[in-house]
Design a protein around this ligand. Sequence first.
Ligand SMILES: *Cc1c(COP(=O)(O)O)cnc(C)c1O
Length: 389
Amino acid sequence: MTKKSLQTQIIHTDYTAPGGFAAFPPAIHHASTVLFESVAAMRSGEWKEKNAYTYGLHGTPTTFTLEARLAEIEDARHCLLAPSGLAAIAMVDFALLKTGDDVLLPDNVYNPNRELGRWLSNDFGITARYYDPLVGAGIADLIQPNTKLVWTEAPGSVSMEVPDLPAICAAAHARGVLVALDNTWSAGLALRGFDLGVDIIMQALTKYQSGGSDVLMGAVMTRDRAVHDKLAMAHMRLGLGVSADDAYLVMRGLPSMKLRFEAHDAGARRVAAWLKARPEITSVLHPAFEDCPGHATWQRDFSGAGGLFSVIFDERYTEEQTDRFVDSLALFGLGYSWGGANSLVMPYRMAAIRRNWEGKGTLVRFNIGLESTDDLIADIEQALGQLQK
Ligand SMILES: *Cc1c(COP(=O)(O)O)cnc(C)c1O
């Protein structure tokens, strides 16, 4: 080849960095185009087998590494990443449902999942029906011949009911129906979903896995190759790629995740116990507390709880008063998501997001961050003082 022009030289450099570099962090591989060594290599690579790199969307060493590490934590065989937890939920629905099918969702389901169900019902000819999260084996009565999927969430991340997963899975499997679990609340650390019978586990990595309140990502895992293949086709067809930088940020959070989770858990139980003793609060919806529907199931199936729980204010307080409580908190940010170092708070209008919400009094959800619990309790105490003003 004749000498390259400067313009070409700028693009086709002759320099290659020496090999043999080693460090703990995984490398960040950016790629849309992935280069094949030869036409033969291009033709033989099979993205679904993950035995070759074919295109940035189908994975790089960075995303494959994160998928493998998440699968280890959940004791899964296969893992796929998505650009958000909600995109991971959508991947499951589009992989497993088609026109004429039916999907069952718990009535306390993560609200955007409910909204997706509404869309499937309105525009895709799929029925989405809602069940009492405490239904247990009674789910059998709701399963129709066209039911293909049962979503579960353990616990529901606002009202915290803990479902009986083994009972739901047994009833669903008896009718050949798959069960998907949103396992975000316990980060895959405190609930062994596959061992309880679940077929598919979804996680919002946005929460504890990242831990930084700065990344959006989701994952879908399974032990079943045939189910994984369907998920992988949906992942490919929908173009659910994640950025290498974001995958790196999630991986950066993983080594400290369990220790952070335990610290959130200890802090949340302490704050929840303090709230339980307060006259302003009628119930503490934390699965480790007796007030929480499904508490006994949590004791049987879970090994921890993390930082997220809700309380219900006595019905004598108006929404205006509980809003003032929320606005008066100084250390709790008012915002969605959770799992980061900063404590958060969010009031919910339950009647608007649930079919048969009978609870009276405002529900307020707390995410206990990594601050000192003494400081958090002092902050809540001063904000409770603002209720009466
Ligand atoms: C946050 C969350 C999701 C969605 O995750 P995003 O990354 O925000 O889309 C799904 N399920 C639960 C239970 C969540 O808390």
